[in-house]
Design a binder for this molecule. Structure first.
Ligand code: BG6
Length: 477
């Protein structure tokens, strides 16, 4: 791969934050170590820490060793990587710092290093508009790039905090960069089992013919975490679970399960199909919301740092979605996501309809144990199929059994982690696993419709280590 990549500079806004130390720096280091990066590249951290280049290198070393020590497998090579780090002090609201950034970028030696620029916004959504505006003023926008070279911008999720802010941010971004230069990242799209959803569906003749309302009873998507908000009180107060997980990870999983086959394997063809699914998600009204959405807040959330004592922010959501399209009409898509739940698991369960008659039911038992395809995303990276089989013995009765494929035992090679893959894609210019403007805006339209319909009703409290509010069962059935 390195042979095909141009020399480049990555400029990271939010370089002092957790994401940079946990994921971004370790991923760039490893990509270089595995030989995926070109010979000359630089990483410039941007922030207000008043640091020198040397100070920044020590800071990154310390933070990465504290937050992501297992990612460093060769300390000499990591030191070598750290020598490619530079730091520019920028007061994000003021254009002066961006001129200094421009000068630092142009300081680079090595062909193309200063012409190929990847800006990475790992900052809270509220800072993004100011950064984009000032980049343009300093001549660093994508539309004022020199004739040779490329400029791209990666924007971390959440992209805005509602439809209005997302539209505004998209407007600003598109004044500064062309859509093909904009990479709205959702790291779920870089997960191996998530990428496998399309492969599983479209490369296996036995499932795709059944993948529709005639054979599928319901789909359940679960994104559960047993930990709480991990000190991100201020962020959670702004995003809530709906903005943190459902708007992006949840609806992207739904789109991958429900999309039509693309006309070709190109980023635009795939993103067209995902956008069509999102367009078909039925919006919520104050009448429909009560039977379809239950929001919860874990007990103790209001005591977390940065959280208001009377906060009405949700940390758990159960939602029944309907897709108004030909393939999925009438099939409920249940989604459950939350913090401080009983266990950490992300999985998608596709439940098929029962055969018209069940000869083998035990009397008193449910008349059918439906077939299921269970796509384990994490921690297990699996595909399981559940079917009924004859229980050994004299009686002709069925028991449910599973056939299971597990990435970890079936393949010797390890996949790339999401940040390795997506960083590499962004550098190489592949937008397939990044979210397009229409999808991001439609996802916010869906979330806004839930929020508006719920109004100022408080979320229901639930105990830590439970499956959320008990009343969430009311959305099923
Ligand atoms: C992030 C959310 O996008 O995804 C977090 O902000 C969540 O709240 C995390 O915990 C889950 O991602 P992963 O890949 O660590 O399971």
């Amino acid at each position: 791969m390195s042979g095909h990549l141009d020399n480049f500079t990555i400029i990271i806004f939010g370089a002092g934050g957790d994401l940079a130390s946990r994921k971004l720096f370790p991923s760039v280091y490893q990509l270089a170590r595995w030989g995926h990066l070109p010979p000359a590249y630089r990483v410039i951290g941007v922030g207000r820490a008043g640091q020198s280049h040397e100070g920044f290198r020590s800071f990154v070393k310390e933070r990465v060793m504290a937050l992501s020590p297992e990612s460093i497998d060769d300390h000499d090579r990591f030191d070598e990587f750290c020598n490619r780090l530079f730091y520019v002090n920028v007061d994000l609201d003021k254009v002066e710092g961006y001129h200094a950034l421009h000068d630092e970028i142009m300081n680079a030696r090595g062909e193309g290093v200063c012409n190929n620029l990847l800006f990475y916004l790992s900052t809270p959504p509220s800072l993004a508009p100011g950064i984009v505006h000032n980049l343009v003023l300093a001549g660093l926008g994508g539309r004022n790039r020199p004739c040779s070279g490329w400029r791209k911008i990666v924007v971390e999720k959440p992209f805005g905090h509602d439809l209005k802010s997302a539209v505004e941010l998209n407007g600003l971004l598109e004044d500064a960069f062309e859509e093909r230069q904009i990479y709205r990242i959702d790291h779920y799209l870089g997960k191996e089992p998530v990428q496998n959803i399309m492969v599983f569906r479209f490369s296996n003749g036995m499932f795709e013919p059944l993948w529709n309302r005639q054979y599928i009873e319901q789909v359940q998507i679960t994104i559960a975490e047993e930990f709480g908000i991990r000190g991100r009180g201020a962020y959670y107060e702004e995003a809530g679970l709906l903005g943190d997980i459902i708007q992006n990870h949840g609806l992207q999983l739904l789109a991958a399960i429900a999309m039509e086959p693309p006309v070709e394997l190109s980023p635009e063809a795939i993103r067209d199909e995902k956008a069509k699914v999102l367009r078909s998600v039925r919006l919520f009204s104050s009448e429909s919301v009560h039977g379809s959405v239950v929001l919860g807040q874990y007990e103790g959330y209001r005591l977390e740092k940065g959280v208001a004592a009377d906060s009405r922010v949700e940390t758990c959501a159960s939602v029944k979605f309907h897709l108004d399209n030909w393939r999925w009409s009438g099939v409920p898509f249940y989604m459950k996501a939350g913090k401080s739940l009983s266990r950490t698991v992300t999985e998608i369960v596709i439940t098929f309809k029962c055969p018209p008659q069940n000869f083998y039911a035990i009397s008193g038992a449910p008349s059918c144990t439906p077939n299921q395809v269970i796509l384990g995303i994490q921690p297990d990276e699996t595909v399981a199929i559940r079917f009924g089989t004859k229980r050994p013995g004299e009686e002709m009765v069925t028991d449910p059994v599973f056939m299971k494929f597990d990435y970890r035992t079936s393949f010797a090679e390890k996949g790339l982690t999401p940040y390795h893959r997506l960083l590499l894609d962004a550098i190489a210019g592949d937008q397939m696993n990044f979210i397009r403007r229409d999808s991001v805006e439609r996802s916010w339209t869906v979330i806004d419709s839930i929020r508006e319909a719920i109004g100022d009703e408080a979320p229901e409290p639930y105990p830590v280590n439970s499956w959320g509010p008990e009343s969430s069962v009311r959305i099923y059935g």
